[in-house]
Ligand binder design. Structure first.
Ligand SMILES: [Zn+2]
Length: 305
């Protein structure tokens, strides 16, 4: 099962024709997650051909409007299209009142349940975990309480090599241990080595999301060595004062965090509307951390297939 990140919105507070406000769609081993939901996110789902009724979890990083103004619209459309299955929403606790007020004043009643889970943005913790993946949160440093997210695959079971187990008549009851990387002694005292009869299913991958935040080295332990890091880069160094005043990061700062955290690939987004392209961000970041990209709406990054 796959693990991929689709950028639905790569812009900052002011939407432009090419960059919509923040939203990302993640598929991770059968789970479907929306991170942030800026205005117009439901239209981005349509534009990029993604079925939003299948979303299981919605994570909202903080309560600046460019990260959640699209939420009630999306939930209303899910209702109109016949959704009955409940949805889990993880957000600062005030979001519940906001969403309920927006629905209640119009007398709207959704045909599915919203399960709100409060995120304490001062702390780190696990939001969701099953046998295939987990979602964790950790604090960022911004003008209002803000969380970053870490989505990780859990260690994958090894794969049985069919021809070999058949040839050596390995019994099926031993497969579970072998897949978990354990050797087995069978009924006849024969040693069955997992390395001989299984192969690796690939390493477990990880994705970290940091938006919005000032330069904040305290995130490093949470994002250390991830395969893919999305870090906001609202500004370039030319506007460092503006970055400081608004508690956002520059491209150079995002690259420095990526370098200190030794991530494999850095994605930069949340670009201020003042930039026509991400060229300056890229030039600035590459000096510090070579393996980086500026994202565009619609980009898909595949961590595993
Ligand atoms: Zn913000």
């Amino acid at each position: 099962m796959n693990f991929s990140v689709t950028i639905l919105g790569s812009g900052a507070a002011l939407p432009t024709s090419s960059r919509k406000p923040t939203a990302q769609y993640i598929e991770c081993r059968g789970r479907r997650i929306l991170i942030d939901c800026g205005e117009g996110t439901q239209m981005q789902f349509r534009k990029f051909g993604i079925k939003f009724q299948r979303i299981d979890h919605i994570l909202i990083s903080h309560l600046h409007g460019d990260h959640y103004f699209g939420l009630v619209g999306l939930l209303s459309t899910m209702h109109l299209l016949g959704r009955k299955r409940s949805i889990d929403i993880y957000a600062p606790k005030e979001l519940r009142n906001i969403v309920e007020a927006q629905l209640n004043y119009g007398g709207s009643r959704l045909a599915f349940e919203l399960h709100f889970h409060e995120i304490n943005s001062d702390q780190s913790g696990t939001l969701y975990k099953d046998d295939k993946m987990s979602i964790e949160h950790f604090p960022l440093s911004h003008k209002v309480p803000t969380s970053g997210f870490l989505i990780k695959e859990r260690t994958k079971e090894r794969k049985i090599i069919g021809d070999l187990v058949q040839a050596d008549k390995i019994k099926i009851q031993h497969f579970k241990s072998l897949k978990q990387g354990e050797d087995v002694i069978d009924e006849d005292g024969r040693l069955i080595e997992f390395k001989k009869y299984t192969r690796s299913a690939g390493s477990a991958k990880s994705y970290a999301y940091c938006s919005d935040t000032r330069y904040y080295e305290k995130v490093i332990p949470f994002i250390k060595n991830v395969d893919l890091l999305y870090h906001e880069a609202t500004f370039t160094e030319e506007f460092i004062d503006r970055a400081k005043a608004t508690m956002h990061s520059t491209a150079k700062q995002a690259a420095k965090i990526a370098s200190l955290a030794e991530v494999k690939l850095l994605l930069m987004g949340h670009l201020s509307a003042r930039y026509e392209s991400g060229d300056k961000h890229l030039l600035e970041a590459q000096v510090v951390f070579a393996n980086c990209e500026v994202v565009d709406d619609g980009n898909i990054y595949t961590l595993s297939k």
